[in-house]
Structures are given as C-alpha cells and as structure tokens.
Unconditional design. Structure first.
Length: 298
C-alpha cells in the first residue's frame, strides 16, 4: 500500500452504546504509511474508533472502509492488522517466546518463520535475554516491551497501539517510544494517546478527537497554519512597531502580532529602526492547540 492510499476512511461514522454516543459522525482519513496519532482525552472516542477499524464494533451510521473493505463484514481479513490494547493480552503462564509463537500462528505465520522472527524482534527491542522467561515474572516495563515485540512480530499492514506507555515510568516510556520509532518501517502505525509530547515525538500526522468527532488533522507542527505572532529581540530596549513600544519579556524579546507574512513584519520592524538580533515565528505547541480545541478542563 502506498502512502497516498488511505488505510482507513471514516465518513460520518457514529457508534452508540445505549444512551451514550461514542462516535458522533466521525469524518477522518488515516494514511497508508507513517505514524498517525489519535489524540484525545479519556472518553473522547479513540478506542471506539480503533475497535470499529478492527471490526469489533458495528457502526450505527455512516461508512467506514479499511484497506478498501468494510471491516464489519464476516469475511474481512483481520490479519492485515496487529493490535496492542491497554490490556496487553499476554498469557502470563507462558514464556515470552511462546506468547510470540501463538500470536504468529493466529496470523498464519509458520512455526519456523515465527521462531526466526521472534528472535529478531526480541533482539531489536532489547529483551532477547528474557525470551524464556514467563510473562508473570517480568517487570512492568519488560512486559510492555514483550507486548510490543508480539505486536510488531507479524507482517501486518497496520499496527495499532492503544496508549502504549500509559503504565510506564518516564525511563521505560522513553525506551518504548524509541522501539516504536525503530520498528514502524514502511507500514502504518496507528497510535492512540493522550500524551501530547509523545505524539509530537513519534507522529507524522495527528488528529485531535473530542466527543466522538475529529476536530483537526495534520502534521503536529502545522495544525495552526501560519503563525499569528513572531518573537522579536532587538539589540537593546523595547521593540518599536506601528507607533507602539513593546517591552522585552523574560526571554529578552517581545511577541509582535503578525498580520501579513513573517517576512512583511520583519521588513516593517527594520524600517522602523529596530536593530533586530533574533526573529522567529511563534507557534503554539501541540498541547496549546489541543487545549484550545477541547476547551481545557471539564
């Protein structure tokens, strides 16, 4: 599948659980490659969207296609996806290697090939020495890494990770993010998270979901479009712009409104006699965009 061909397309998809609406006319296009982040608070609809992609939840309205097919039909090929939910589903009494072998078998991978792949992915993730350890004897961090190894073991076109670092300490979480970045390869990794720095680090594109709808979608650094302000630091004193003086802030500069392009603003500042020593567009962080769109705390 090419990067231009969407892996999944939601068109007005709704899902309800009794009186609770989990997806409310969701419109979203998920690309065929790269790391795509579904961002939202708990209860925003992220996990329900994932379950519809897997064909585990039926839609009540709208149209959903995954790899050009309806995932709700009985003959849909679920082997094209590999998923890691918050509950990892590992069999605690089996060794790490046996867990990987069982998962590979469910995806149609032969025993010999499964063994070869298991050795390679455990080595890549850095827990090859735990291959023979029973899952119940693993630390929390190594158990999560084992679950990741199982998820990336099979040749799926789409790997789905639902809150992959939610139970980990910062060091282990950083290790897991590094593993995801290394193993993503040429397939699609669909990452569901409310960890915004994690999304900025890993994702090529993101969608912010709230109350079952996609509010905005695009590369993390471009969700705000053109910047509406620029940071300006001059050689000394305040920044002069359109008859006003802007005192320097704690960084020694001032945020100036950018009505046209940043290049136009810089030309105005220089024409006003400012000796500019630093000039850069000021963009909101992904966290700022998220809070603006979802309304902060509820």
């Amino acid at each position: 599948m090419s990067a231009e061909t969407p892996a999944a397309v939601f068109r007005g998809v709704s899902v309800s659980y009794g009186a609770v609406t989990a997806l409310d006319g969701l419109d979203l296009e998920i690309p065929g490659r790269g790391v795509f982040g579904l961002l939202g608070r708990n209860g925003a609809g992220k996990t329900t969207a994932i379950r519809t992609v897997l064909g585990l939840v039926k839609t009540s309205a709208g149209c959903l296609e995954v790899f050009g097919e309806d995932p709700g039909r009985s003959g849909w090929n679920r082997r094209r996806t590999s998923v890691l939910f918050a509950e990892d589903g590992l069999v605690a009494s089996l060794s790490v290697r046996d867990n990987l072998s069982v998962w590979a078998g469910l995806h149609g991978v032969g025993r010999g090939e499964a063994s070869t792949r298991a050795s390679a992915v455990l080595e890549e993730i850095g827990i090859a020495d735990s291959a023979g350890t029973r899952v119940k004897d693993l630390s929390t961090g190594n158990r999560r890494l084992a679950a990741l190894a199982r998820t990336f073991l099979v040749p799926a076109d789409m790997v789905i990770l639902d809150e992959p670092t939610s139970s980990l300490d910062p060091v282990r979480a950083a290790e897991v993010r590094q593993v995801i970045g290394r193993l993503a390869g040429s397939r699609l990794v669909l990452l569901s998270t409310h960890n915004l720095p994690e999304a900025e680090e890993l994702c090529d594109r993101v969608a912010i979901v709230d109350r079952g709808r996609a509010l905005i979608s695009g590369p993390p650094g471009e969700l705000e479009g053109l910047p509406d302000r620029c940071f300006v630091r001059v050689e000394s004193g305040p920044v002069r712009h359109r008859g006003e003086e802007h005192a320097p802030d704690g960084e020694g500069g001032a945020l100036i409104e950018c009505i046209g392009s940043p290049a136009d603003l810089l030309a105005e500042l220089l024409a006003s006699g400012n000796r500019v020593v630093e000039f850069r567009p000021y963009r909101k962080s992904l966290s700022g965009v998220f809070l603006d769109l979802t309304g902060g705390e509820r």
